[in-house]
Ligand binder design. Sequence first.
Ligand SMILES: Cc1cc2nc3c(=O)[nH]c(=O)nc-3n(C[C@H](O)[C@H](O)[C@H](O)COP(=O)(O)O)c2cc1C
Length: 222
Amino acid sequence: MTLSALNNLLDQRHSCRAFLSDPVPKDQINQILTSAARVPSWCNAQPWNVTITSGPETDKLRKALQDEVIADTPSPDLPFPASYSGIYQERRRECGWALYEAVGVERGDRAGSTRQMMENFALFGAPHCAIISSPTELGAYGAMDCGGFVTAFTLAAQALGIATIPQAAVASYGPFLHRYFNIPDDRLILCAISFGFADKDHPANGFRTSRAAPDAFVEWVD
Ligand SMILES: Cc1cc2nc3c(=O)[nH]c(=O)nc-3n(C[C@H](O)[C@H](O)[C@H](O)COP(=O)(O)O)c2cc1C
């Protein structure tokens, strides 16, 4: 029973790339945060810190981010993956093409793919954006703990009918975000989570990604 409830949530959740403008009530945001914070972390350090925008502040951030992308070059606090090769590259391409197909961007349409990519910085129209940071001194393990927090955040939100999308793209403008939100330099900005209610009929929300079965990633030793 409990596993099927969890599986239901896992099945329903997907990365939402078009939101309605309706705000999420603050008590529901608090419920999501309270649930997400129950994930394990090394030494129970609970290294996550979350800066959340609402209402006109989210619109201000959207505008400032879009200006920043035009004015500056990406500089994430946490270096982005050096490359995706083999199966990882295949999966990356598959989900990219699924998105482009859903929104009608054809192969070779550079302007169309750039337009869709820029939606990241419009926060896909979400009414809220959460910026997730971790203390630099905790290094990769702080980031790992925050990864668990991000996942639990998306699932707790889903349980309340609230859609989410984790976004590394937003974190690619690290120095800007530190300045804009006064986030101290001894913290690493890891990603954002844009969230709100899904625009269910929008084509960008009209596809789902697949997952490999355990056979593809497990080595049994028995
Ligand atoms: C840490 C992290 C960063 C992500 N960054 C982005 C992003 O910048 N832009 C985007 O459109 N999706 C982003 N995603 C969403 C992934 O593309 C998505 O989770 C993946 O394709 C699987 O699809 P699903 O979430 O719909 O199941 C990110 C996901 C994670 C976990």
